[in-house]
Design a protein around this ligand. Structure first.
Ligand SMILES: [Fe+2]
Length: 293
């Protein structure tokens, strides 16, 4: 088996060149299978940590991530996916308010990826693939390998990339950290802007159980540098309204019956001032103290 292991993407916060890089690796090695190592979606908007104030809200982030994942699914229509801790945020959030799992949509259905097999772990050619949640240290995959007692590939730790081997008279096994495909400049990773250890953009190919890690050349002047890709600025919370959401709101407004307000009440209801500088979504959320606060 010639398997391409793709690192954490965190859509919609992936590096603009990472898809092309993975596609090229797949072609160059003549791969016949693909494994996403997890954290396919970031789900920044529903994090247990505070969200960035300029980040899109949950619906907007879903739309943006969905658009990106569509590109990945088109490039790799059949794949194994290791469910990452970010992918699971919806499930974890639902659990905090006692929503049973039967009400949670399947990952395939949510992301429109009928050919992707989502699971917490996969085994190919006696190599264990999982996201890596709960594992770390200087050599995260190597540490996980020692627990699994078999060759292991993981992501999760964005600053780790590469292979470390172990051998005894009977066996030779490895731990491979895939690195990731994220954009450190994205709003979701603003927390790390002062950190000196940065994400390593990379992926790996595992040929019949032998690993070949590859770092993405994405510096200035290199093949996958961001300047080689048309990147639209990430829409922000106050200005971005996906078409589908607009349609939903308009449809619901047209369906909605006008609230029953008696004549006496009617005269007491003040007209709500709307600031023309503020988007309709911002206006709905902001406390209204005057026309332009
Ligand atoms: Fe991640």
């Amino acid at each position: 088996m010639r398997n391409l292991a793709i690192g954490d993407i965190h859509a919609p916060c992936q590096h603009p060149g990472y898809l092309a890089f993975c596609r090229d690796l797949y072609e160059d090695y003549g791969c016949d299978s693909v494994t996403f190592i997890g954290d396919v979606c970031d789900w920044h908007a529903i994090s247990f940590h505070a969200a960035h104030p300029d980040a899109p809200g949950p619906s907007d982030e879903f739309e943006l991530a969905h658009q990106e994942i569509e590109h990945w699914a088109k490039a790799f229509p059949v794949a194994k996916v290791c469910i990452g801790n970010h992918d699971e945020r919806i499930v974890r959030l639902a659990e905090t308010v006692n929503i049973p799992s039967r009400f949670i949509r399947d990952y395939k259905e949510t992301w429109g990826t009928p050919g992707w097999d989502w699971s917490h772990e996969h085994i190919k050619d006696d190599v264990y693939y999982f996201h890596g949640t709960g594992n770390g240290g200087q050599y995260p995959a190597y540490n996980a390998m020692k627990k699994m007692l078999m060759s292991t590939v993981m992501g999760h730790i964005h600053t780790a990339s590469g292979v470390k081997w172990a051998a005894n008279p009977q066996r030779r096994i490895f731990g491979m950290d895939t690195g990731c495909g994220i954009d450190d400049k994205a709003y979701a990773f603003a927390y790390g802007k002062h950190m000196k250890a940065r994400s390593i953009l990379s992926a790996g190919v595992i040929l019949d159980g032998i690993p070949f890690p590859h770092v993405m050349p994405c510096g200035p002047g290199e093949k996958y540098h961001r300047s080689n890709y048309k990147v639209e600025e990430t829409p922000k919370r106050s200005t971005f309204i996906p078409k589908s959401v607009v349609q939903i709101v308009q449809e619901s407004k047209s369906r909605k019956a006008k609230p029953h307000v008696g004549k006496a009440q009617k005269s007491k209801v003040p007209a709500r001032p709307v600031c023309p500088d503020r988007g309709t979504r911002g206006a709905a959320r902001a406390p209204v103290r005057g026309p332009c606060n």
